[in-house]
Design a protein. Sequence first.
Length: 112
Amino acid sequence: MSGMYDQPPSSDLPPSGMKAYPNVERGVPVGRAVDAVGFHNAGEQRSREMQVEIETIKLLRQDVVSCYRREGVNHYANCRKEVDKYVTAISDPDLLNPKQRQAKLAKAEGGE
């Protein structure tokens, strides 16, 4: 009849969806990549990692702002840990290396 009682369609993708791909270089200076699929997947992986980094920085900034609002005039002393994590995250020139980023954030979190 109308399909009202049919089972809803399910996706063929696994729940986690995407897996990590290793970095694949073009292989030649001009022209097509040697492994075009690997090169494309590596580019998508870098895009996902960059988006995660951007969102992490946004969340750290939100933590700093909420701490400043919560602490008021005492924010210089009481929000030092949040500010250190945020400054460590934004001052890293290599945004595409998440392993080094996590090590630096863990070091800043520990208070050095």
